[in-house]
Ligand binder design. Structure first.
Ligand code: PEP
Ligand code: MG
Length: 573
């Protein structure tokens, strides 16, 4: 239990005392009310609704002031939930018809909604966060819950809880938060987005962490790797102090570098682009001086909701991102759901036996969903800076069918006189061993490749990418992975198309020299990694990178390769 791992959502290394909050979810006591009390309970419900709305509006306006509309608009969903035709009206109906107290009536309705959502979307997503958030706010105003009041805490602490809401982030003075660790949440959670924007190291998704830690514990938190060490030993503290110093030095050097292009010492220019999961992240492109968006995962639009996003809703989102990135390019990846990323239109049997039934396979099965997305992408492509790519391709037939549906969709738009970019570039992800072996054929059918190392490693080495128990087998430097990448780059270049890498391997500066040596054209990285990858690119020559590539390819063990790369990093710096 001393070391735990979750999802590192905001990088930074920190050691500090923890403050644990919100261990238990509130369950109000059920109380029968008299006819005389009915009016009062209805008024309490109305009061809670109004106060929650008022609080949300004030939070939205504070976020808008501090971060701009792109961030504040993500909280409109809280307001929409208060206007939901079921939530408040059903609670009201329950009070009237069952003669029960307002807090219990409201709690029962929202718990039912939470239960439904968790069936469709799992426990961790954004919509669950919104539901829990509105639930705790309403219950507070219904007299049931004290809110976290960190004002009384002295000094800086690492906040630990089940769920850290955006309001929590904003209400607590920033100088009091050293870090955040929660049992709920993912990369796309509100807490994750704001933690990144505020540059607070954060780890989400460590199950039950609020019960594992207590407020007397000290932890080391590494937001990049997602690891925590509980009550570190003297040796671990010393190691932490050394790494912290190195990190501070790195940050100091990075800041001046941001404005400079991703160009090697001998003038070779690499496209340094970023991965995004929600449209609001696109604004970071200017701040981090990225060359574009190399992977826009569109799943966020589909998960954690019961209906499907229609063509207009999707078009608006894609247009917004294209506009935020303009004139830089945005590569939109078509829907990649299944195997854990679930949406409500999937049938129960697809949810239950989901191995391999994901991404392009589901899109080719649910063609209308696919076509609607393609129509929206094409309509947004009028901006001229959008590219489209297909995930999880394993066969020529799959890619052929996807491309033919895209052509069909273009024909339909042409007939209706709806404009789109006639030169839209089309790519495929290479993230399965099957696609690696047929890369030379696939290269004839598309304009570019994007290597998804997260899945490529998972399917090549047969390790579940999200299971901590098999994490020790997940090895990016396994020669099979390195050779796969080499083969893909060569196959692409032979056919005259360009290659990007958007899997996590692209975000690891240690691998950058090797990837440059292979001649990769684009690296699509996490925001956290833009400057450190840029730094390596700017410190190396292509000649040196080629030498590193040759040596790496001649070594057989990942351990040896890692040591060699670490040594090279020392010489580069
Ligand atoms: C990948 O598999 O490397 C990738 C970028 O796609 P995702 O992580 O969304 O599966
Ligand atoms: Mg993938």
């Amino acid at each position: 239990m001393k070391r735990l791992r979750g999802i590192g959502v905001s990088s930074g290394l920190i050691m500090g005392g923890v403050y644990v909050f919100g261990k238990e979810r509130i369950k109000p006591r059920k109380r029968k009310i008299s006819r005389k009390e009915l009016k009062k309970e209805l008024a309490i419900l109305k009061y809670a609704e109004e106060e929650t709305r008022r609080e949300m509006l004030s939070i939205i306006s504070k976020i808008e002031k501090d971060f701009g509309e792109r961030f504040s608009s993500i909280f409109n969903i809280h307001l929409a939930l208060l206007d939901d035709p079921i939530l408040i009206p059903y609670a009201r109906k329950k009070i009237e018809e069952e003669g029960i107290n307002a807090s219990y009536a409201f709690w029962e309705v929202i718990e039912k909604i939470i239960e439904n959502f968790s069936f469709h979307s799992g426990q961790m997503g954004r919509m669950m966060e919104v539901l829990h958030d509105i639930s705790s706010k309403m219950l507070h105003y219904l007299g049931e819950r004290e809110q976290i009041r960190l004002e009384d805490i002295e000094g800086k602490v690492i906040i630990v809880g089940k769920n850290f809401t955006p309001q929590d982030t904003l209400q607590i003075p920033k100088e009091k938060i050293a870090g955040i660790v929660c049992s709920m949440g993912t990369q796309t959670s509100h807490a994750a987005i704001l933690a990144r924007a505020l540059r607070i190291p954060a780890i989400l998704g460590i199950p039950d962490i609020e019960n594992i830690l207590s407020s007397t514990d000290i932890i080391i938190l590494d937001g990049r790797t997602g690891k925590i060490i509980i009550n570190p030993t003297k040796k671990e503290r010393e190691l932490y102090a050394r790494r912290k110093k190195e990190e501070e030095l790195e940050v100091y050097h990075k800041e001046g570098l941001t404005r400079l292009p991703a160009k090697t010492k001998d003038g070779h220019r690499v496209n340094l682009v970023a991965n995004i999961e929600i449209p609001e992240e696109a604004y970071l492109i200017k701040k981090e001086n990225a060359d574009g968006i190399g992977l826009f995962r569109t799943e966020f639009l589909f998960i954690e909701r019961i209906d499907l996003p229609d063509e207009n809703e999707q078009t608006k989102v894609y247009l917004d991102v294209a506009e935020a990135a303009h004139p830089h390019p945005v590569t939109i990846r078509t829907l990649d759901i299944g195997e854990g990323k679930l949406v409500s239109f999937l049938k129960t049997e697809e949810v239950e036996s989901s191995f391999g039934m994901r991404a392009i396979r589901l899109c080719l099965k649910y063609k209308e969903v696919f076509k609607t997305q393609l129509r929206a992408i094409l309509r947004a492509s009028v901006k001229g800076n959008i590219k489209v790519m297909f995930p999880m391709i394993t066969s020529i037939d799959e890619l052929k069918e996807a491309i033919s549906i895209l052509s069909l969709t273009k024909d339909e738009l042409k007939k209706k006189g709806i404009p789109f970019d006639r030169d839209l570039e089309v790519g495929t992800m290479i993230e399965t061993p099957a696609s690696v072996f047929i890369a030379d054929i696939l290269a004839e059918m598309v304009d570019f490749f994007s290597i998804g190392t997260n899945d490529l490693i998972q399917y090549t080495l047969v390790v579940d990418r999200i299971n901590p128990k098999t994490a020790y087998l997940y090895e990016p430097l396994h020669p099979s992975i390195l050779r796969s990448i080499k083969n893909v780059v060569e196959a692409a270049h032979k056919k005259g198309i360009w290659v990007s890498m958007c899997g996590e391997m692209a975000s690891e500066p240690l691998y950058t020299p090797f990837l440059l040596g292979l001649g990769i054209d684009e690296l699509s990285v996490n925001w956290d990694a833009v400057s450190s990858v840029r730094n390596v690119i700017r410190k190396i020559t292509m000649e040196k990178a080629s030498k590193i590539r040759d040596k790496v390819l001649s070594l057989n063990s990942p351990k040896e390769i890692r040591s060699f790369l670490k040594l090279q990093m020392k010489t580069i710096y």
